[in-house]
Ligand binder design. Structure first.
Ligand code: FE2
Length: 360
């Protein structure tokens, strides 16, 4: 059975095709294509511009995916699309394309929860059977564990997502958005030597990042490290950091301190969830999950508990179409369908709303 997955909840329009062999053997990824909309340095991606980008690229991406998989539309069993959560206008652009394909090809639709897509993709790629999941991205920050047919949220952000905190600080420093702001922050952070004091905000099982962002933004401004006049490319930024190294608090020190602080908060709540459910494995998914420092810190904690950490590389960690195809196919095989008149999308769609009928 073959599923095509269509994702467009944020700044990437992504199409994936997956085959589930009827003998129950390991699913095969047949195509995984993606195109990213990047805003200029100092700016975030806005819903309207992102939706224009998705509408311009979605048909090309579907054609490219079919070509990569050497398939025709007739070979596809179901069309899976991101129902939510995400940004309204970009979600709609891809949902409209999915509905059009469903009518043209006469194939059923399967609406997929984006967060569940990340979890199922992570489980498929890493082989982690029943891990505690940390889902960290530009729009989401949740600690999740499976129990009794639901992915239950044990802890989450009380305000902005951790990735949004990193992205917005990148804007303050005018760090480029290409390939993505968090990646460039990580490269600068590797040169950091001084840990500056920032708020550490863990409340029970939940975190808060807006105060951390406000504090580090204010610090950057007071040190004269923000503003229009700053270098626009990474090479110039790194060269300047090398000159300033060890003499004063640098952009690298701020990136380093921000990473150390917010990742420590995430490791703390993940560890508490692992202790609560008695889990030994932790799976990190979402765009921020590709951060090597976060993986390293999580690994130290998991090893101390006699467990291990699973992470995927950027092909499957960052938003992709395969994750939507995979989660959609799991639901499709249990008989789940999304009728055309219910094939809407929604900005708010919590992970624990999904009835996970495909797990025991
Ligand atoms: Fe995501």
């Amino acid at each position: 059975m073959i599923a095509i997955g269509m994702e467009g909840s944020a700044n990437k329009v992504a199409i994936g095709i997956i085959r589930h062999p009827t003998d129950g053997s390991t699913p095969q990824v047949l195509a995984n294509v993606r195109h990213t909309y990047n805003a200029p340095p100092g700016e975030g991606f806005l819903p309207k511009d992102t939706a224009i980008h998705h509408r311009a690229w979605v048909v090309k991406m579907v054609k490219a995916a079919l070509q990569e998989a050497c398939l025709s539309p007739q070979d596809v069993d179901c069309i899976c699309f991101t129902k939510g959560p995400g940004m309204g206008a970009p979600l709609q652009s891809v949902a409209v394309a999915a509905r059009m394909m469903s009518l043209l090809w006469r194939k059923p639709l399967v609406g997929v929860n984006h967060c569940v897509g990340h979890i199922e993709m992570g489980r498929l790629i890493t082989g982690a059977e029943n891990p505690v999941v940390l889902y960290v991205s530009g729009g989401n920050t949740q600690v999740i564990a499976y129990s009794n047919k639901r992915y239950r949220i044990f802890g989450e952000t009380l305000d902005i997502a951790v990735g949004n905190c990193l992205d917005r600080f990148a804007r303050t420093l005018r760090i480029p958005n290409d390939p993505f702001p968090g990646y460039n922050i990580e490269q600068l952070a590797k040169k950091g030597t001084q840990l500056v004091d920032l708020p550490y905000v863990v409340k029970g099982m939940d975190c808060s990042f807006s105060g951390v962002l406000a504090a580090i933004d204010a610090l950057a401004v007071s040190l004269g490290l923000s503003g229009e006049e700053q270098a626009q490319n990474m090479d110039a930024l790194v060269a300047q950091e090398n000159r300033d190294l060890g003499t004063k608090v640098t952009r690298a020190d701020l990136c380093f301190s921000l990473q150390e602080t917010v990742y420590a908060m995430l490791v703390e709540i993940t560890e508490r969830a692992m202790a609560h459910v008695g889990a030994k494995q932790v799976l990190v998914v979402g765009g921020v999950g590709s951060n090597e420092r976060l993986q390293e810190m999580m690994g130290i904690m998991a090893r101390d508990r006699g467990g291990s950490v699973f992470a995927t590389d950027e092909r499957y960690c960052i938003d992709n179409g395969i994750m939507i195809a995979q989660a959609g196919m799991m639901a499709y095989k249990t008989g789940f369908r999304t009728p055309l008149k219910e094939s809407t999308c929604t900005q708010r769609f919590r992970t624990d709303e999904v009835f996970v009928d495909w797990r025991d």
